[in-house]
Write a protein that binds this ligand. Structure first.
Ligand code: GDP
Length: 479
């Protein structure tokens, strides 16, 4: 695994000139465009007082700007929750009800605006941060951009409808991200509600709820009557406690953009969810390809605040351009630093676009796997025309692999390849495999734009053969 000096500087939010200088001191004469190996990069990172974070076995070493947090500086932080589930199962209603329940419970100030996330207090006193965009499209596109902001997924399943295709997708997305789930069995007020069917349906998707002796919490709720909402909030608080979510409010802020827009009166405005540290008025920051200086911070109640700590969503004013959802915000020391990093990123993005077809192909995945000594995973998304084929393919794929590589089916389903499939594939660097199905037009466009590989097959044997070849690194050059 290698990294260019410039990219390393970028990921640490340091100036590349400083990184070059440090390397010179270590006896290496390199320029910003040259690559160094992972071991050298690690030394540099330590030299700068940052730390390396191994995101997952198959993943490349990822450097997150993070001054080593001392144990004694860590404090527990509120969980960040995304609500997912099938269309019409009540995600929006539930978000509205939770927001409303909180206003009634007398929290100071009503919630007057939708800024992309809001905080509520559970009865026991625990603060909870909810992302206001339900569904897995937002969740996945954020993840694809490197922003893993969600700690807990609330899976909404309507009791009168049980598990539906998007329920299954949501389960796959949460599992692929390694985020724990809580099941909210909604519409329990309906006479046709059958919560037990929801629980047994979920078993087929390896989600075993507590009522079925599993360890996934399930709560019966009604977004209409408000029944069970308090219990749901407590269940989330409990899950958060188990996760021991902590952050260091002392350090400079690191956050993720969850919404951004160009406001006529206020200029570029971004809602940032602070992930670590405290964002303060006057802070200089770089966010994606933009930079700025915090002119004002506005919380979810519409009030101006002077700072925002871990897991707090705030609107940030003072940007010099509009960033994108999923962009990471880093506070830096000087404007010069901010400008240099932003400029670097603009250039890097241009270079990337120029190197068109930076696709995740099977070959690239193999190259990655080879560079990594440990067991690599070849992630795939599978769509087929009928359930029987989908299952047969998944079974066969799971048998493929050896000591070095294993195939991991992130999601499988029946029907055309959709944007959701492409999004999931992008977030995990996987190809999408279509068996006797095609991608619909939006999915094709999205795959082109994101550089996700879609492969079509009509013979299972060919499909398995290709994946086998990929898994053994023998994929022929013409693929
Ligand atoms: P979303 O597509 O998942 O965001 O679902 P919505 O929140 O838009 O809800 C879909 C429909 O279900 C709407 O007509 C809601 O009024 C209705 N609905 C949502 N929650 C409940 C509930 O708890 N009980 C009943 N009876 N209807 C509900």
């Amino acid at each position: 695994e290698t990294i260019t000096v410039g990219e390393l500087a970028n990921r640490m939010a340091e100036r590349s000139a400083d990184v070059v200088k440090t390397l010179m001191k270590m006896g290496m004469m390199v320029t910003a465009n040259q690559t160094i190996d992972a071991d050298t990069a690690e030394l540099v990172i330590e030299e700068f007082g940052h730390r390396t974070v191994r995101v997952s076995d198959a993943d490349v070493e990822q450097v997150i700007d993070s001054v080593e947090d001392r144990e004694e500086d860590l404090r527990s932080r509120p969980p960040i929750i995304t609500i997912m589930g099938h269309v019409d199962h009540g995600k929006t209603s539930l978000l509205d009800r939770i927001r409303q329940a909180n206003v009634v419970s007398g929290e100071a100030g009503g919630i007057t605006q939708h800024i992309g996330a809001y905080q509520v207090r559970a009865e026991s006193g625990a603060l909870l941060s909810f992302l206001d965009t339900p569904g897995h499209a937002a969740f996945t596109s954020m993840r694809a951009r490197g922003a893993n902001v969600t700690d807990i997924v609330v899976l909404v399943v309507a009791a009168d409808d049980a598990v539906m295709p998007q329920t299954v997708e949501a389960i796959s997305h949460a599992k692929a991200a390694g985020v724990p789930m809580i099941v909210a069995i909604n519409k329990i007020d309906k006479p046709t509600a059958n919560p037990q069917k929801v629980r047994t349906d979920l078993l087929q998707h390896e989600v075993v709820v507590e009522a079925m002796s599993g360890d996934v919490q399930d709560v019966e709720v009604s977004a209409h009557t408000g029944q069970g909402i308090d219990q749901l909030l407590e269940a989330i608080a409990l899950q958060a406690e188990i996760l021991e979510l902590r952050a260091n409010p002392q350090r400079s802020a690191l956050g993720a953009v969850i919404e951004a827009k160009l406001d006529v009166g206020r200029g570029p405005v971004a809602t940032v969810l602070v992930q670590n540290g405290t964002l303060k008025q006057g802070d200089i920051f770089v966010v994606g390809e933009q930079w700025g200086k915090v002119r004002a911070l506005i919380n979810d109640k519409g009030d101006r605040v002077t700072e925002a700590g871990p897991s707090t969503p705030v609107e940030v004013l003072g940007l010099n351009g509009t960033p994108e959802a999923g962009d990471v915000l880093n506070v830096v020391e000087t404007e010069a630093q901010a400008r240099e990093i932003a400029d670097y990123r603009v250039q890097a993005a241009k270079d990337k676009r120029a190197a068109a077809g930076a696709a995740t192909t099977l070959q690239e995945l193999m190259a990655k796997a080879k560079a990594d000594e440990s067991v690599a995973e070849l992630p795939v998304v599978v769509k087929a025309d009928v359930q029987g084929s989908a299952e047969a393919i998944v079974q066969a794929l799971e048998k493929v692999g050896n000591e070095e590589v294993r195939v991991r089916v992130l999601h499988y389903g029946v029907g055309a390849i959709t944007e959701s499939d492409v999004g999931l594939a992008e977030a995990s660097g996987a190809p999408v495999i279509g068996f006797n199905v095609r991608a619909n037009a939006p999915a094709r466009a999205s795959a082109n734009q994101k550089g996700v590989e879609i492969r079509y097959y009509s013979i299972i044997y060919d499909l398995i053969d290709d994946i086998k070849a990929a898994a053994s690194g023998l994929l022929s050059a013409e693929v």
